[in-house]
Design a protein around this ligand. Structure first.
Ligand code: NAD
Length: 289
């Protein structure tokens, strides 16, 4: 029997969107428009679809979305040039560069060129450094989403044991740092960690961000824990249907956890909402500078 409360990412995202629409309208009223410029290089289907959806989401809350589509053959200098022009343009509140970039382009170099105050995905290493130091910064959207979802449960983080499975630069590592800033006791684990289940069972708050479908079963979860599922994978069911799943074996984990976020409908929609919030934050800071 399910005992866990569901952390409804769609409902939370809808709330954030309502708040953003109000903040955008307030900025508009002061003659300041809010604009997100995204750079998309080449024909990657996934990235193009994501970019279009993002444009739609932005427009829903009144954010202007400008997509810069560069050809497949663009060089690192072409992309860098575009980023630098957007940095210098006072009409642009926020910038993001869609991945993947073409082979041979140094993605990290391109990301490090995005102006820190417009870096809406928090990918410039300077923003990551600012997170570590607890300075005002733009934090990667998925990490922000996870923190908001934990906060929504009301479970206090100070002194709480948190385990984060997965340690990528853009997801796992920033989550760990944000949890440390809340003075939680934080354990970071990865695919080389022995006795994973023993460690995850010690977690009052368990976050999984690996992309391994069903990695977290009920035997790996402490009774009453908060479980946040970041993973997104496409799998084919025994009936031959394709479906999106997370890292967490939802049905069984929901029988032991106190709170669990579903996939789809959990971290995904909240990540998009956090992108909108970062964009509005960036615009407000420039407006008050
Ligand atoms: P990544 O491949 O860069 O990193 C995966 C991490 O998981 C690594 O640290 C690896 O060591 C760890 N890992 C892999 N297999 C493991 C195992 N068996 N046991 C323990 N640890 C293991 O991935 P990423 O970019 O961080 O993304 C992770 C997942 O989150 C993916 O499914 C991705 O699609 C999803 N994601 C979701 C959102 C969202 O908005 N919901 C955003 C970003 C990423």
């Amino acid at each position: 029997m399910q005992q866990a409360k569901i952390i409804d990412g769609r409902a939370m995202a809808a709330d954030v969107k309502r708040q953003m629409a109000q903040r955008v309208a307030a900025l508009d009223g002061r003659g300041r428009s809010v604009r997100l410029d995204a750079v998309l290089v080449g024909q990657d289907g996934g990235a193009a679809l994501y970019a279009r959806n993002q444009g739609k989401m932005c427009r829903e809350v009144g954010i202007e979305h400008v997509l810069h589509e560069l050809s497949d053959g663009s060089t690192e200098d072409d992309i860098a040039d575009r980023v630098l022009r957007l940095n210098a343009d006072p009409q642009v509140s926020a910038i993001m560069v869609h991945l993947p970039l073409p082979d041979g382009v140094d993605t990290e170099r391109v990301q490090s060129l995005i102006a820190v105050e417009k870096d809406v995905e928090g990918v410039n290493p300077a923003n990551i450094g600012n997170i570590v130091y607890g300075r005002r910064s733009l934090v990667p959207c998925t990490a922000l989403a996870v923190m908001e979802m934990i906060e929504s449960t009301g479970v206090p983080l100070r002194g709480t044991c948190c385990v984060c499975v997965g340690a990528s630069n853009i997801v796992g590592k920033p989550i760990v740092v944000l949890l440390m800033r809340c003075e939680a006791t934080v354990i970071s684990v990865n695919k080389y960690t022995p006795n994973l289940g023993e460690i995850t069972r010690s977690a009052d708050v368990l976050i999984s961000a690996t992309g391994v479908p069903g990695l977290i079963g009920s035997a790996m979860v402490k009774t009453g824990a908060v479980v946040i599922d970041v993973g997104i994978s496409r799998v084919t069911t025994s009936q031959g249907q394709s479906r999106t799943v997370g890292d967490v074996a939802f049905d069984e984990v929901a029988q032991v956890a106190g709170y669990v976020s579903p996939v789809p409908g959990g971290v995904g929609p909240m990540t998009v909402a956090m992108l909108l919030r970062n964009t509005v934050d960036a615009a407000e800071r420039t407006a008050s500078a």
